[in-house]
Design a protein around this ligand. Structure first.
Ligand SMILES: Cc1cc2nc3c(=O)[nH]c(=O)nc-3n(C[C@H](O)[C@H](O)[C@H](O)COP(=O)(O)O)c2cc1C
Length: 200
């Protein structure tokens, strides 16, 4: 059974919804899944200035365990997501990624599967640059990047070969199917790799 960590930041819930569907796809494929959010770092007054952000922080975040670097150490594969902020991942996600230096130094992330996902409010407002920016970290970890590509009918239809993406708000049927498909692929390939360790 593959061990999959789905780790994300979400302010107003869209990335949270993608994360849920990736986790569902992985679970349906038989994986053990840790579903985790990174800590919220924004000041209370900034959160309170946005009704959707405040609602997510108050009503959803308390039900999701915070990520730790042990989740990365434990997992055979990860899906890591963040909303787009000026074409980049959020500082909240970056702060979490920047705590992985110890695992990196020990080589503990080498050879694990990794895939990224995001959301933005506009069609060409930095979705792909955000996915690629998250993936830069995967290169440094020596992780094996598993992009959606056009590898299944659902992922072909979604047309998000770099990583699952969705506009702000509720997920479309297409994004839901694509996120499920990518979670399933992540679980299946992680199980294959876990069953066939590479000699050093
Ligand atoms: C400071 C800030 C910067 C943003 N930058 C972008 C951007 O570059 N392009 C874009 O399309 N949307 C941008 N957005 C919108 C968010 O990426 C978008 O609403 C996203 O769906 C939020 O995801 P969430 O609901 O998971 O928090 C920005 C939002 C904020 C608050």
């Amino acid at each position: 059974m593959a061990k999959i960590a789905v780790i994300y930041y979400s302010a107003t819930g869209t990335v949270h919804k993608i994360a849920e569907q990736i986790a569902k796809g992985a679970e349906d494929a038989g994986a053990e899944v840790r579903f985790r959010r990174v800590p919220e770092l924004a000041p209370a007054e900034a959160i309170a200035s946005n009704e959707g952000w405040q609602q997510h922080v108050t009503e959803v975040n308390p039900h999701v365990q915070e990520a730790t670097i042990d989740d990365l150490d434990w997992a055979d594969g990860f899906a890591i997501g963040s909303p787009t902020r000026f074409g980049l991942p959020t500082s909240q996600l970056k702060q979490f990624l920047d705590t992985t230096g110890g695992l990196w130094a020990e080589g503990k992330l080498v050879g694990k599967l990794a895939t990224a996902f995001t959301s933005a409010s506009t069609a060409h407002g930095g979705l792909e640059s955000t996915v690629l920016a998250i993936s830069n970290t995967f290169y440094h970890w020596g992780a094996l990047i598993l992009p959606p590509g056009y590898s299944t009918p659902e992922l072909y239809a979604a047309g998000t070969p770099y990583g699952i993406t969705q506009h702000t708000g509720d997920l479309t049927e297409g994004t839901t199917a694509a996120a499920n498909a990518q979670g399933k692929r992540l679980a299946e390939y992680a199980a294959k790799l876990a069953g066939a360790p590479v000699s050093a």
